[in-house]
Design a protein around this ligand. Structure first.
Ligand SMILES: Nc1ncnc2c1ncn2[C@@H]1O[C@H](COP(=O)(O)O)[C@@H](O)[C@H]1OP(=O)(O)O
Ligand SMILES: [Mg+2]
Ligand SMILES: [Mg+2]
Ligand SMILES: [Mg+2]
Length: 353
């Protein structure tokens, strides 16, 4: 008998791989006018929209009844002012979806040369991501480009997809086109997919041949005090980095933090490139989105780690599109996690004095 979620895993890997092919090629061709600024002032590119169209196409064909909580929607593209971007996005999505089938892919998922979609179909496919989430049932959550600012800088970003069932993340897949395959060889080949299924472990696959190259099992290693360091955001507006510095000081950490955009940080944690993921709110009232943590959280847990908010409570993926009131995120191996929580709470006490 097939393992639980075997088909979901296969479809999710295929979807994320195709989306990564698209985003990598978009980066090399991105021109002025292909980026919009959203209401929250964050950027979104033709890559984000077309990657969402690609992933949603596979999910819709393979699992027509599953709702999708996706970061992007097509409202701006339906407006007359969005006509040029719309045309480009439709072209990019169709080019990606109609490419020849690879090992592990099926035509019935909307793939291959005969599956060109109209502009109206592509926009509707993007808008399959407008589901609001909630506590019960099956749903996917998608961040077509997580770390758009990193993507625009040519640095780290990830295509992130997770399956949530009754508020619990059961499957997470993250494609990281710019992440070195081996952290021991940072200037070596790049491109990895990270996959976790609840109860089945965490694995790294090659982005170029995820269905044929052997998966690499991932376990968070036991760190020595000298090796322990923090994985944190590049963007000061996304996480309170000065707070992280104080936590590192309390913990006696000497190794400098690793700054990286996107959920590639969770991937790095799962394979031991850094020991502690710490993301504390900057006080702007921003609520964390479920697509920014769902796949990373199951990857960390399946790699043997623990992920909670700064109060030590589990993240709640059943509240809707966000994680609710923002108490930050702390993820690490089991042993350091308890120490980090204590240090975070100490630093919070100092701040409130
Ligand atoms: N004000 C904010 N505070 C925290 N996170 C934010 C904020 N604005 C955008 N983000 C999201 O933070 C994530 C990037 O995190 P990091 O800083 O760790 O790379 C992205 O999901 C980004 O969205 P996006 O998916 O649009 O890039
Ligand atoms: Mg965004
Ligand atoms: Mg994101
Ligand atoms: Mg995004």
């Amino acid at each position: 008998m097939a393992l639980p979620y075997a088909l979901e895993k296969q479809v999710a890997i295929a979807a994320v791989r195709r989306a990564c092919v698209l985003t990598s090629s978009v980066f090399n061709q991105l021109v002025k006018g292909e980026t919009l600024t959203k209401d929250d002032k964050s950027p979104v590119t033709v890559g984000d929209f077309s990657a969402q169209a690609v992933v949603n196409t596979l999910l819709t064909r393979a699992f027509p009844d599953d709702p999708i909580v996706g970061e992007e929607d097509a409202a701006d593209l339906r407006a007359e002012s969005g006509a040029v971007m719309r045309e480009r996005i439709v072209g990019l999505a169709n080019d990606t979806l109609t490419a020849d089938l690879q090992e592990g892919e099926k035509e019935e998922w909307g793939l291959g040369p005969s599956h060109r979609q109209t502009a109206a179909q592509i926009l509707d496919t993007i808008d399959r991501g407008t589901f609001n989430g909630g506590p019960t049932g099956r749903m996917w959550t998608l961040d077509p480009i997580d770390g758009t600012k990193g993507f625009l800088r040519g640095e780290q970003y990830a295509v992130c997809l997770a399956l949530i069932v009754n508020s619990r993340v059961e499957l997470g897949v993250m494609g990281c086109p710019n992440l070195p395959i081996s952290s021991a060889n940072p200037s070596g080949p790049k491109g990895a997919i990270f996959v976790a299924v609840r109860g089945q472990g965490a694995h790294q696959f090659s982005l170029s041949n995820p269905f044929s190259d052997p998966p690499i099992p991932l376990t968070i290693p036991a760190f020595t005090q000298e090796d322990l360091n923090l994985l944190e955001s590049v963007e000061k507006a996304h996480a309170k980095l000065s707070f992280n510095d104080r936590v590192a000081e309390i913990l006696g950490i000497t190794r400098p933090p690793t700054r990286m955009d996107s959920q590639a940080k969770y991937c790095s944690l799962a394979r031991g490139d850094g020991g502690i993921y710490l993301r504390m709110p900057v006080g702007s009232g921003y609520k964390e989105k479920i697509w920014d943590h769902a796949p990373g959280s199951v990857l960390v847990e399946e790699a043997g780690g623990v992920i909670t908010n700064s109060r030590g409570e589990p993240l709640d993926f059943g509240l809707g599109r966000t994680l609710g009131e923002n108490f930050g995120v702390v993820a690490a191996g089991k042993v350091p996690h308890a120490r980090v929580l204590e240090a975070v709470q100490q630093a919070q006490k100092e701040e409130s004095k």
